[in-house]
Design a protein around this ligand. Structure first.
Ligand SMILES: [Zn+2]
Length: 536
């Protein structure tokens, strides 16, 4: 037994170390921001002792995929994440980061979850952004990826054209600079402009920079329905050719893909892994898929920014031309299946959040496609904040993914708070309850994987993908990021109508050794920090 005196001892919990080992009863002693000892600490000195008998003690959950780049600047407390045991978030996904930018005005253009009247934050470079983030009291640790869309915009501005080779070189320099300033990886969102028009020639040189610095390349692939095999094949070919490690983000195929798409995709992944490509993937733990409503607009309709878009949306002929778009991101839209699509986020039509597009269209007595245009117009300059969600993933695909060892579980959401400037925002249906949704539905009820394996998918697996060595496992000398929960009562409480609802069953949360949830209640502690790569 250690002779030290401890700041906190968690007594008699069932300790799951995060590596997939089954739980075993032990005490955990914390000193400062580290785990000092795991074992029997019955007689040790400690400033605080918490009896956690009968509860699971796990490494804090690591969310490998979020879009909290701006919301953490607005309110760093990350209530929605802390309440479900998340202790680290990885932002800058799907090609969207909020740095580097050329002009401060570009922050508003790039930022998902932007709040107009929020504190005036100024940064241009990636380093300045990380400094700004670090100055906030943070409820979670944050690692940040640099996004291709943002890099493209920094070099090309609002021009809707693809880069010439010299411009790609400039982009590679910006990726390199961001990585040297602490970016933990590089991401693309190939379903959104400019990713949607970019070819591997545009992306691979940027992946090579990630490869050179051993940073992860995370991609939201080009297509997950009709051309899913082109989308996943392109991701693996680009990573193989660039020599980088690859994370395929939210891998589930969508409505419109053939029934065997998931199985075929996993075959491609496994063949590539067998031949040495370091590729893994992650899933959102439910069958709802969310995105920007703006994603239905073809490139020509985006030209000239918001003012021009508004003019086009008012024009009947333009509307008809947009309706003919064969690839409005979701085939549900192309097939006009409006009863599977729900409004998720809006500033101007808060009352309609949670309603189906088929129902809203009926209420207003208009065609549902025109309703979409009307909602964009009503949102005005904030049209990029308009989100919808659709019931377009398959449960069978999700379960098949979860059966694979290399499948991490993610939120794809925004860190929010149900009060203050972020009160009305919804990042995704499960934004307030993705970890309990996974543990309750897929571990407890469906028994797809064991509890120890379920914990691994949100702890040591994402830490290892990220290259973080001192988190994700409960072991002496690791950082004391810890969540204590009740395996039998843990559950989410969100619904499609009311997604802003905290989960049940999370008892205690520690971030860097200090307690942010105590007996189910949030403390005032915000002890997160910015994790700058390379990691020690
Ligand atoms: Zn994405």
């Amino acid at each position: 037994m250690s002779k030290n005196s401890f700041d906190t001892v968690l007594e008699n919990g069932t300790v799951y170390d995060g590596t997939g080992n089954p739980g075993s009863v032990a005490d955990i002693g914390i000193v400062g921001d580290r785990i000092e000892h795991i074992g029997n600490l019955k007689d040790a000195d400690s400033a605080q002792r918490i009896n956690v008998q009968g509860l699971a003690v796990s490494p804090g959950f690591i969310d490998l995929h979020t879009h909290s780049d701006f919301t953490l600047i607005v309110d760093g407390s990350a209530e929605s994440q802390v309440h479900q045991g998340v202790t680290t978030e990885v932002i800058g996904q799907c090609g969207h980061s909020v740095a580097p930018v050329c002009h401060h005005d570009d922050i508003a253009k790039r930022a998902i979850g932007y709040v107009g009247d929020s504190k005036d934050k100024r940064w241009k470079s990636f380093a300045e952004y990380l400094d700004t983030l670090e100055a906030e009291p943070l409820g979670v640790n944050v690692a940040a990826f640099v996004g291709h869309g943002t890099i493209h915009h920094a070099v090309m501005g609002d021009d809707l054209r693809l880069p010439e080779p010299e411009e790609v070189d400039q982009m590679a320099l910006l990726v390199e600079q961001s990585i040297e300033e602490g970016a933990a990886g590089f991401s693309t969102g190939l379903e959104y402009w400019p990713g949607s028009q970019s070819t591997p020639d545009h992306i691979e040189p940027l992946c090579q920079v990630a490869a050179k610095h051993d940073r992860l390349y995370a991609t939201h692939v080009r297509n997950r329905d009709r051309y899913y095999d082109l989308g996943f094949g392109e991701a693996m070919a680009t990573a193989r050719s660039a020599g980088c490690r690859l994370q395929i983000s939210h891998i589930q195929p969508k409505y419109g893909a053939p029934d065997y798409a998931m199985e075929h995709t996993l075959e491609m992944v496994h063949t590539n892994r067998g031949y040495g490509l370091d590729v893994a993937f992650d899933v959102i733990p439910h069958d709802w898929n969310h995105t920007l409503i703006m994603a239905i607009l073809p490139k020509w309709a985006l030209e000239g920014g918001v003012e021009k878009i508004i003019e086009r949306l008012k024009d009947k002929a333009c509307r008809e031309r947009i309706k003919k778009n064969r690839n409005p991101m979701w085939l549900l839209v192309a097939d006009r299946i409006w009863d599977k699509i729900v409004l998720l986020n809006s500033i101007e039509n808060v009352d309609l959040i949670g309603e189906k597009f088929s129902d809203i269209a009926r209420m207003r007595g208009i065609d549902a496609y025109d309703l979409v245009f009307d909602l964009l117009l009503e949102e005005g300059a904030a049209m990029y904040q308009l989100l919808w969600t659709s019931n377009s993933f398959s449960q069978a695909d999700l379960q098949l993914c979860l059966e694979q060892n290399e499948c991490a579980v993610i939120s794809d959401t925004l860190a929010l708070a149900p009060y203050g400037p972020l009160e009305k925002k919804v990042g995704s249906l499960s934004g307030y309850g993705w970890t309990p949704e996974f543990l309750n539905k897929y571990v407890n009820e469906k028994k797809i994987i064991s509890i120890e394996e379920g914990i691994r998918r949100m702890t040591s697996l994402p830490a290892q993908r990220l290259g973080v060595k001192d988190r994700g496992i409960l072991k002496e000398n690791m950082k004391a990021d810890i969540v204590v929960f009740d395996t039998s009562s843990i559950r989410s409480t969100w619904t499609v109508k009311e997604p802003r609802s905290y989960p049940k069953g999370i008892e205690h949360v520690f971030v860097n050794g200090r307690q942010s949830i105590s007996a189910g209640k949030r403390t005032r502690v915000n002890n997160g920090t910015v994790l700058r790569a390379p990691f020690a």
